[in-house]
Design a protein around this ligand. Sequence first.
Ligand code: KG4
Ligand code: ZN
Length: 334
Amino acid sequence: MKVLGIETSCDETCAAVVIDGREAVSNVIASQVDLHECFGGVVPEVASRRHVEVITAVVETALSNAGMALQDVQAVAVTRGPGLEGSLLVGVCAAKAYALALDVPLVGVNHIEGHLHSVFLQEPQPEFPVVCLVVSGGHSDIILMRDHGDYLLLGQTRDDAAGEAFDKIGRFLGLGYPGGPAIDRAARSGNPRRFEFPRSRFPDSLDFSFSGLKTAVVRQVKGLNGAESDATVADIAASFQQAVVDMLVDNTLEAARKTGVSTISLGGGVAANSSLRKRMEEEAALAGLKLLLPTPELCTDNAAMIASAGYYRLVRGQSDTLFLSTDASLSLDA
Ligand code: KG4
Ligand code: ZN
């Protein structure tokens, strides 16, 4: 089944064609970074307007990259939440129009469920159950995936998401927007052991907290009274990144231990972080766990993961009508 996926939950306009939930024959991402850069973050109204301007061209490019005509599409999957309300509406309206015009099934997908499905777009295919760490600009979740559509939330953030912390610290250090990739780059020449930043841990819980770490970084920088050299900024970036990576890796491995699960996977934009990927590989190998890492392009927002999650919903007999609504704070069990 050839599923057209559409994803517009934040600031990337994405369309993809995926065959049988596994083979992405096209995956187009129109980034809006240039538009939001001068604001230091995503401006929701600006994002939705750009989605409207480019969505049709992005879908057409996805079809032509797949060597397909519109009439070859057999179902349409779209992100219905969580995300920015105005941005979600553009994707959902477009998806409804294509599904209606083509007379094919429409299926709404949870964005986090999409991130869980990135690993199904590459080989080897995961074997259930899988402990998944989904770390993005809005979420830091540890999820036990027992099957497609069968998810148990094991841990989540109690304040900022990991990507949000990266973006805020990146801006604070003057590294530009988005902060995640900028810190990843700056940290390469830094010393991750120069500054000892706190790692939060809750007893008997797999939850995260990044606000204490954020405050510690801010206090450290203010203590330098503007005297920080590029080398010191790199050391701060590396030490901050190390603290985030430690927390993410520790809780994910703890989740695998607690549940007795032997496969772990990553998803979400922060999973593109080079230090997180390296540490997770080393620690998983030491613990005898199988690690499934999507390529960095499949970690950040894309529509192939939405088409994949949508396909598995369709094979379970789930589809939506043209009354499908958006839900900015949609939860995974909804
Ligand atoms: O999943 P995603 O593309 O969009 C959301 O669903 O939020 O994640 C975006 C987040 C941003 O906070 C961005 O800074 C972060 O992922 N990110 C990274 C890296 N690449 C993207 N964080 C750390 N290191 C990276 N290489
Ligand atoms: Zn995302």
